[in-house]
Design a protein around this ligand. Structure first.
Ligand SMILES: CC(C)(COP(=O)(O)OP(=O)(O)OC[C@H]1O[C@@H](n2cnc3c(N)ncnc32)[C@H](O)[C@@H]1OP(=O)(O)O)[C@@H](O)C(=O)NCCC(=O)NCCS
Length: 170
């Protein structure tokens, strides 16, 4: 799946993004709200648009060579002064299990280190989210530890792994 490309998230991707919000794994394992309120996608996009302007967030759509939407690759938290970024990824259910998540994270990480000039990229992954842990490992991230019973969303607490990759990692 190395031929996928990341393009800046735009209004044109919003219907596809909205389709991700029906997926139980997305609702369980990401900080997107469960259930999403009506109009959530537009609010979410506006937040990322604002973050793009002030340098605190970035969102990409992953697209196949034929234009098929494959998912989103995100930097939900960019600390420009510290040169650190939290990254994340959601693959459309129909595109899972064939390396899309791994390739998205590879490209997103390359962007974070090159254009984003990050010196540390991190991932927060639920201990039960084995597919995402496989993706992190394959994209060269190292598991640093587990944040126990950390606030996740909407009053929910989870055990969440923290993974990192540095530009100097091989
Ligand atoms: C996690 C996610 C991004 C993985 O995307 P993907 O495109 O399927 O990932 P890849 O195909 O690159 O790799 C997944 C690997 O994990 C493996 N895997 C999946 N579930 C697994 C499980 N329960 N135990 C062991 N391996 C598992 C897959 O078989 C695959 O390995 P393979 O290539 O050897 O078959 C996707 O499932 C997703 O979007 N989930 C919902 C959102 C989410 O959890 N995002 C990450 C938040 S941290």
């Amino acid at each position: 799946m190395s031929e996928l490309r990341l393009e800046l998230m735009a209004e044109a991707h919003l219907d596809d993004f909205e389709g991700l919000l029906d997926d139980p794994d997305v609702l369980r394992f990401t900080r997107l709200p469960d259930p999403p309120a009506p109009g959530f996608s537009r609010e979410w996009y506006a937040r990322y648009q604002a973050g793009r302007q002030d340098g605190s967030r970035q969102a990409f759509a992953a697209v196949a060579p034929d234009g098929t939407f494959l998912g989103v690759a995100l930097a939900p938290h960019i600390d420009a002064e510290a040169r650190e970024m939290e990254l994340g990824y959601l693959v459309a259910p129909a595109a899972r299990g064939r390396g899309v998540g791994t390739e998205m994270l590879r490209q997103l990480t390359a962007w974070a280190f090159a254009e984003g000039q990050a010196l540390r990229a991190t991932l927060l992954i639920d201990v039960a989210n084995v597919a995402s842990q496989v993706v992190a490992t394959r994209a060269g991230y190292l598991l640093e530890g587990v944040l126990r019973s950390t606030y996740f969303k909407q009053g929910a607490r989870s055990d969440v792994q923290i993974w990192s990759r540095l530009p100097t990692d091989s």
